[in-house]
Design a protein. Structure first.
Lengths: 90, 455, 383
């Protein structure tokens, strides 16, 4: 499963790092969009090990938390992509 | 004299407008980068879609709300990207942009909005499953569909709106409406009171059918299938036949529930509302809570939709002004109160046409995860209920202490409604009897930091 | 209609629930009355430390006795209440704190508790995640932690299985003693017994007062916080000299920490953690473990305990009324003692005596304005 871009595709490209690997999103992407348009999950749950990709997309369910170097743990759905961000999926 | 407004959606924006017009400079705090709430969420800078594409029939209202706030910007103390994580009698604790802060207030209007209400299904934690609201946010806020073949499951006004938005964006869509036709038909008289809103709903359904989108009414979802991501969904149709759909994403939702954590911390008492099947903070028709200086407006107080939220925000701000010794002409108040009351009949009909599927929630299989955060199954809750039930009626807080359900990062936001139904069914009592989860600060996670700047 | 029994117990925290269990096990008829839910106050909201190290020596015999029961919980209750022998590491952040650790080594040894003093170098080698200001530590291998929300309910469940009758949401509204026995009115019912145990926590002071015994107990609220789950790396239960922060990490990964006091209103009752107190605890936690920076706190909580001026609980027979025995006001560190308190109360009731010295806990030690009774350095640590 990946997020499917349906519109707004002519935005500037923004480079970032996902789990150490160079990746690309578009200006205005949330981290969730930037990641889920590349790959199918955001994190693994600590207790059942299952892959998770968020749920509510509005900062309520807390199931999309990723680690951003220098910024700590942030909800991917309400954090916006910045150039050079180094995101690590827990 | 400081008035704080938490939330700058329809309710918070109109409340700010009223206060500014009266010469005050309210502090307006929102977690989002800009106003609009969720229904009128503004797209990020650089996005180019027109209002009609984003907000459909509501484009005019969205534009008006945004313009209203833009006009207020210089005249309010605006704190975007800021979380209010606690409320005390005379102040708010905030966190934003890496710093803690405090906002003192004399009066506060809580306009904290709502989130989807869900029923756990087997497989609902798989990547590819979102709430209906979440699916809508992906499209509206990011221009993305949550998948290429999306099944929407649930009931309520939102499912047809989101399905319509997705289908118009060219996504392959199927709708599993768990509400039966009969329940809706019985509410026809009340639904017709919704006038334009109801007609729009019929329009969405008609458009979907016209464009070949399959809609299964009276469907009972069985399981979301897939190994590491969504691959399909199985269900029973209205005649009881087992069916299966291939898909790569599922959007689920059964109405909304208010985000009431701050009202709870403020000491506002709650009552169980059988119509909405929700615990709601107590308030009068103007939005005054029993707690002095605390006012409530919009979907964060009770689910009534964006139009009512705008009216309620206005009305609550007028109540604040009255408290501050600035009265409003009685005829103005009467008109406002009447407008709000007119929506009530439609809302009741909606609640009755699309009830939260308590039976479906109570029947969540034992092996299905109930608490996403802590990965605790429904079966563990039922086991704890049987082992530890002590008269008189036990309740959700003790169930939480024993099972950890609700102890995760979301503090019961997602699992709360279904958890209460499961516990009530296991104990043989009503869902009101099992109470509601006790709230504590922070209402959302905040980081351990050494510095505490006072904003 | 009257419910006549052998022993009435007011307050189903750790002490009351344990007393109900021990009495029922020995054949006594017991009725336990709880106005809220079992374990809803002090016993259920504390840090969860099962700790002997650092206690006032007067408490050590009770702590030793209780530690022995903790080890046997699975056999007694059918559950271990998530008790884990993590060890307790008490830290010193400067030289004078280190001197206090050293001074306590003999106290512990005299009560059969072996403590190991760890110097700066060894400490940072063994626990590389400790912050640089930590200069020494005292380690008690026998100590550990448990889940405070589970203890009193588990004790009560076992008590009920042993024949005790337990009433929750049953508030006592009146007491009387007619010379032969007690009559207690609660929730429209009337209970009578020749023996009454006052294990009502902070509200034990009110029970005592009803029988003419004034006790200077004040309400005490811990200020607890818990984080999201993170990688597990903090093995011991951590404390500091002076007790202004305490911290532990459960196996699931959540870090539980606290320090200072929340606010409360015992008349409701209600209690709330305070943001500023939480912020101070965060700073002190970071001083101990810098790696916690940025870890998210997901919840805080408080509750109401009873605090005595000298930091010691009230335990022992009433000075005014035959058959009334008190065990309340554990001043922030009663959690670990609960199991033994119940055993001791059962002995007092059924045998008329106990081997554990209770003189330091007399209810009348503050009576008559005798200020010389006040002890130094009340315990701050909440279990």
């Amino acid at each position: 499963m990946k997020f499917d871009r349906r519109s707004e595709t002519s935005r500037p490209v923004v480079g970032f790092f996902l789990d150490g690997k160079p990746s690309q999103g578009l200006a205005g992407d949330t981290l969730m969009t930037a990641i889920l348009t590349q790959d199918g999950y955001l994190r693994r749950n600590e207790f059942d090990g299952g892959k998770r990709a968020g749920f509510c997309l509005m900062g309520a369910c807390q199931d999309c938390v990723v680690s951003v170097e220098g910024r700590g743990r942030l909800p991917a759905c309400t954090t916006y992509l910045e150039p050079g961000m180094r995101i690590v999926r827990p | 004299m400081t008035v704080a407004i938490v939330g700058s959606g329809p309710a918070g924006t109109r409340a700010a407008e009223v206060l500014v017009r009266a010469g005050l400079r309210p502090v307006v705090i929102d977690e989002a980068p800009d106003n609009g709430g969720r229904i009128y969420q503004r797209q990020p800078p650089g996005f180019q879609r027109a209002g009609k594409q984003l907000y459909g029939f509501e484009a005019g209202k969205a534009a008006a709300l945004h313009a209203c706030f833009d006009d207020l910007r210089e005249r309010i103390d605006y704190r975007p990207r800021t979380l209010v994580w606690n409320i005390r009698p005379d102040g708010l604790n905030t966190y934003g942009d890496g710093r803690y802060g405090e906002v003192a207030f004399d009066q506060v209007i809580l306009c904290t909005g709502a989130m989807d209400r869900v029923v756990p299904l087997p497989g609902w934690t798989l990547p590819g499953v979102t709430t209906l609201g979440g699916a809508q946010i992906a499209l509206k806020g990011q221009g993305c569909a949550i998948g290429k073949r999306v099944v929407f499951v649930g009931s309520g006004p939102l499912i047809y709106l989101v399905a319509w938005q997705y289908a118009r964006a060219g996504v392959a869509v199927t709708v599993l409406d768990t509400s039966g036709f009969t329940a809706k038909a019985r509410q026809l008289a009340g639904l017709l009171r919704g006038g334009g809103t109801f007609m729009k709903g019929l329009h969405y359904i008609a458009w979907l059918r016209l464009h070949g989108v399959r809609i299964f009414e009276g469907a009972t979802p069985v399981a979301i299938e897939g190994g590491e991501e969504v691959a399909g969904i199985s269900f029973r149709d209205a005649s009881g036949r087992a069916r299966r759909l291939l898909c790569d994403a599922v959007g689920m939702g059964w109405g909304l529930k208010p985000e009431t954590q701050l009202a709870d911390l403020a000491g506002v008492p709650f009552d169980y509302d059988a119509g909405q099947q929700l615990w709601l903070p107590r308030r009068d028709a103007a939005g005054r809570s029993p707690v002095a200086h605390v006012f409530l407006a919009g979907d964060g107080a009770r689910i009534a939709g964006a139009d009512v939220a705008e009216l309620a925000g206005t009305r609550a701000a007028l109540a604040v002004l009255e408290t501050l010794g600035i009265p409003t002409e009685a005829s103005v108040l009467a008109r406002l109160d009447a407008a709000i009351a007119r929506h009530a009949a439609f809302r009741r009909a909606l609640d009755n046409a699309f009830p939260y599927p308590a039976a479906l929630a109570a029947a969540v299989p034992d092996e299905t995860i109930l608490c996403r955060c802590e990965a605790i199954t429904a079966g563990e809750l039922r086991r704890a209920a049987r082992e530890t039930a002590m008269p008189p009626a036990p309740e959700v807080n003790r169930a939480k202490a024993f099972t950890r359900i609700g102890m995760g990062r979301c503090q019961g936001r997602v699992c709360g409604p279904a958890g209460a139904e499961i516990l009530a069914a296991a104990l043989g009592c009503t869902v009101a009897d099992v109470g509601r989860l006790r709230g504590q600060p922070p209402v959302k996670p905040v980081p351990i930091l050494a510095e505490r700047a006072v904003a | 209609m009257s419910n006549a029994t052998d022993v009435l117990i007011i307050g189903a925290g750790g002490a009351g629930s344990s007393a109900a269990l021990h009495l029922a096990q020995r054949g006594a008829r017991v009725i336990l009355l709880e106005r809220g839910l079992i374990g809803g106050q002090a016993t259920g909201v504390n840090f969860g430390g099962v700790r002997q190290q650092g206690r006032d020596p007067a408490e050590l015999p009770i702590a030793r006795r209780s530690r022995e029961i903790w080890a046997r919980l699975p056999a007694i209750l059918g559950t271990d209440c998530e008790f884990e022998v993590t060890g307790h590491l008490k830290l010193a952040r400067n030289e004078s704190e280190e001197a206090e650790l050293i001074a306590y080594l003999d106290v512990a040894r005299n009560h059969g508790i072996a403590l190991r003093l760890i110097g700066r170098n060894a400490l940072h080698e063994d626990y590389p995640w400790l912050g640089p200001t930590v200069v020494a530590g005292s380690y008690c291998a026998e100590d550990g932690a448990a889940n405070p929300r589970l203890l009193a309910p588990a004790l009560a469940r076992a008590a009920r299985r042993a024949g005790a009758e337990i009433h929750e949401r049953c508030e006592v509204t009146g007491f009387a003693h007619d010379g032969a026995g007690f009559a207690v009115a609660a929730d429209g019912l009337r209970f009578t017994a020749p023996v009454l145990l006052n294990t009502a926590g902070f509200w034990g002071g009110g029970v005592a007062a009803a029988f003419g015994e004034t006790v200077p107990v004040s309400p005490l609220s811990p200020n607890m916080l818990v984080t999201e789950p993170v990688r597990w790396f903090i093995e011991p239960n951590l404390g500091v000299v002076g007790g202004n922060v305490y911290l532990r990490q459960i196996r699931r990964g959540n870090v539980i920490f606290g320090g200072g006091h929340g606010e409360n209103d015992p008349s409701v009752p209600c209690s709330r953690p305070l943001p500023d107190v939480g912020a101070a605890a965060m700073r002190r936690a970071l001083e101990l473990i810098p790696a916690l920076a940025g870890v998210q706190v997901i919840r805080s909580w408080s509750g109401i305990d009873g605090q005595m001026p000298d930091g010691l609980p009230v335990i022992g027979p009433s000075r005014t009324t035959q058959g009334l025995i008190h065990a309340f006001a554990f001043s922030g560190h009663g959690f670990m003692l609960g199991p033994a308190i119940g055993a001791i109360l059962a002995e007092l009731v059924l045998d008329g005596k106990t081997d554990v010295p209770l003189e330091p806990f007399r209810i009348d030690r503050f009576a008559g304005g005798d200020s010389s009774v006040v002890r130094a350095e009340p315990q701050q640590q909440h279990s």
